[in-house]
Design a protein around this ligand. Structure first.
Ligand code: XCC
Ligand code: SF4
Length: 627
């Protein structure tokens, strides 16, 4: 097998899965996409309003206003920020769930504190007394303060003080420094209620404020608390793509975003009695593989294999070799209900926030999660005997190195600089590479798959182009998994790089695409960029560092994109936000925000053109810096 996955292999695998679906009499997203085509133009342009029951109102050449008088800009603007509210709610609520788990952690409980150092650091940051106190007392107080960030009546979010001073001052000046997280989300819902805000610019400002409450609030807490509970990620070798499903094993797929339940599934699958039980049923053992961001979380900490990303969730089931799929929240196709019914696969939902017909619901309980996980693993083992004879697993899998938290990145950089010890523990070597031009820039490539473009090809095409041009990449979410499946997360991928980047990879012993985790872990990227800005003493907006979401689809992605631009990082989108029906909104999100926060969206559906404009944008920033 080649160390890189060719487009032919990808297409071949898709073909295999298509045939499997037809044979099973199952429908997939490709069939449903066809049935949905052509998609509603009003929706696509963002100019259908259903906010009150005088409507729905649509903007057409002969009807330039809704019944209440709202114009295209108001309607598209309101729809757009409601997207942000949905995304920030989902991300931040994930952070809240983890805070609750931290709040019930205990020495002999299911959930313990794995990274005491990180907890103590955060406790100090938040002014929690640590001296002479039990670690769990500290953990519970930190968790409670975190939970207060969601609903505190006064003040702004604590993590804002981690940003550069320039950013903090700018947010104050623009009045977009977020207050309590839930408040910002509620403010969007209120201001977009019938008869409130119809001024597009005001909507966009609140959109950024709410986005910031996600990135520098809910998501950042999600990441911090997960690290404290489950360990801060360190580099690990793993494998990715459907080929990780093993026909001789009991296969369990974990899917969703919140790692709490899946941490216990992994723990249960390592228990000797359950492994023996699996063997007694004729399997070689228990194989856990992940989808979407639950996979990212779990692989970062345990090296658990990744079965694939968002548009591959049905593919995993179609192999016929999955005994059980257990999901938590977000990005789970309702289609998995009927699809699993075509196979022996058991479908378990665990969150009251993701209830799905044709699944079995086991409500996650942090106090007895390990018992619940054992029960789920046992169900999978018992189901092994029911597997049909039609098992077909596409063979592709690639080696991948994952687990690059900021801490892990700094540790790698330290090995490069041990000649001058005074700079260890900083991003100095990275800054030097960027400043000297050995690296031309850095790009965070993130986000989903979207059937509007061919799966993974935008992610991979753009990555390869950037690598060639000495631009280092950090990746999260489904983008990181696209990279993993293509073989770009292995150190050998330095072959694809320009000379400068190749040298950096060799010196630091890293792959050129660094897997930084799940989508809430984009908060890690915020801290990475902030660290670089502080070390370099240059405002974030001036750095040769940008973000890119080539195949995004979710509301969360829009929330992310908004905190990224408000943090000063230009963001390149390969899918158009649904505001095209409003010239004012289009202007605001591309140029308008640039005047306010120094960054905006650059949109192009053609991946090669998008890659070219990223390179151009980075070079322009270098020129402006005089480097
Ligand atoms: Fe979901 Fe996070 Fe998007 Fe993938 S990248 S499709 S949001 S799993 Ni976040
Ligand atoms: Fe129509 Fe205005 Fe009601 Fe929207 S809020 S549905 S534009 S009347």
């Amino acid at each position: 097998m080649s160390i890189f996955t060719s487009i032919e292999t990808m297409e071949n695998n898709n073909q295999i899965l298509r045939e499997l679906a037809i044979k099973a009499g199952a429908e997939t997203w490709e069939d449903r996409k066809k049935n949905q085509t052509p998609q509603c133009k009003f929706g696509e342009d963002g100019i259908c309003c259903r906010i009150c029951s005088m409507g729905p109102c649509r903007i057409t050449p002969k009807a330039s206003r809704g019944i209440c008088g709202a114009d295209a800009h108001a309607i598209a603007g309101r729809n757009y920020v409601r997207f942000i509210a949905g995304g920030a709610a989902a991300h931040s609520d994930h952070g809240r769930e983890i805070a609750h788990v931290l709040h019930v952690s205990s020495k002999d409980g299911n959930y313990v504190v794995k990274d005491e150092e990180k907890l103590l650091k955060l406790a100090n940051e938040w002014g929690v007394k640590t001296e002479g106190r039990d670690i769990y007392e500290i953990a519970h107080e930190v968790a409670e303060i975190g939970l207060m960030e969601y609903g505190k009546p006064f003040g702004e979010l604590r993590f804002l003080s981690r940003a550069t001073e320039e950013r903090q001052k700018l947010w104050e000046k623009l009045e977009i420094a977020p207050r309590a997280i839930d408040r910002e989300i509620a403010t969007i819902m209120h201001m977009t209620h019938m008869g409130c805000t119809s001024d597009a610019e005001a909507l966009v400002m609140q959109g950024m404020r709410t986005g910031l409450s996600d990135g520098w609030g809910g998501s950042m807490m999600g990441t911090e608390f997960s690290d404290i509970l489950f360990g801060t990620p360190t580099p690990k070798v793993t494998e990715a793509d459907l080929g990780v499903i093993d026909k001789n094993m009991v296969n369990i797929i974990i899917h969703g975003h919140d790692p709490a339940m899946s941490e216990m599934i992994v723990a249960a699958s390592n228990q000797a009695d359950l492994i023996d039980y699996a063997k007694s049923k004729g399997a070689h053992g228990i194989n856990i593989a992940g989808l979407c961001c639950t996979a990212n979380e779990i692989t970062m900490r345990h090296g658990v294999k990744m079965a694939g990303n968002f548009l591959q969730q049905e593919g995993a089931i179609l192999t016929g070799a999955v005994e059980l799929i257990v999901v938590d929240v977000q990005c789970i196709f309702p289609a998995l209900g009927p699809l699993t019914k075509c196979f022996h696969t058991k479908f378990i939902t665990t969150s009251e926030k993701a209830r799905i017909p044709d699944s079995e619901f086991i409500r996650f309980d942090p106090i007895r999660a390990l018992d619940q996980a054992r029960e789920i693993v046992k169900m999978a083992i018992d189901n092994f005997a029911n597997r049909g004879s039609n098992v077909c697993i596409p063979s592709n899998k690639q080696k991948a190195v994952v687990g690059y938290s900021c801490e892990a990145i700094i540790k790698r950089l330290d090995t490069v600089t041990n000649s001058h010890v005074d700079v260890t523990g900083t991003y100095r070597p990275l800054v030097e590479c960027l400043e000297s031009g050995v690296l031309r820039g850095a790009v965070g490539i993130v986000g989903c798959n979207n059937p509007k473009v061919r799966q993974d090809l935008s992610h991979i095409g753009i990555m390869k182009e950037l690598l060639k041009n000495d631009i280092i990449i950090v990746a999260t979410g489904c983008s990181a998994q696209a990279a993993a499946k293509a073989g770009l997360l292995q150190k050998e991928a330095k072959e694809l790089c320009g000379e400068g980047l190749r040298r950096v990879c060799e010196l630091a012993d890293i792959p050129p695409v660094l897997h930084m985790g799940s989508c809430v872990d984009i908060s890690r990227i915020l801290l990475l960029v902030t660290g670089i800005a502080k070390e370099w003493n240059v405002d974030v907006a001036k750095l040769p560092i940008v973000g890119c979401a080539p195949e995004w689809m979710s509301e969360k992605a829009v929330s992310i994109a908004n905190y990224v631009i408000a943090s000063g990082i230009d963001t390149y989108l390969g899918i158009e936000p649904q505001v095209k029906g409003s010239s004012q909104m289009m202007e605001l999100i591309t140029e308008g925000t640039r005047k306010m926060v120094g960054a905006g969206f650059i949109i192009n559906m053609d991946p090669s053109k998008l890659a070219a404009s990223i390179i151009e944008g980075i070079e322009a920033k270098r020129t402006a810096l005089g480097i």
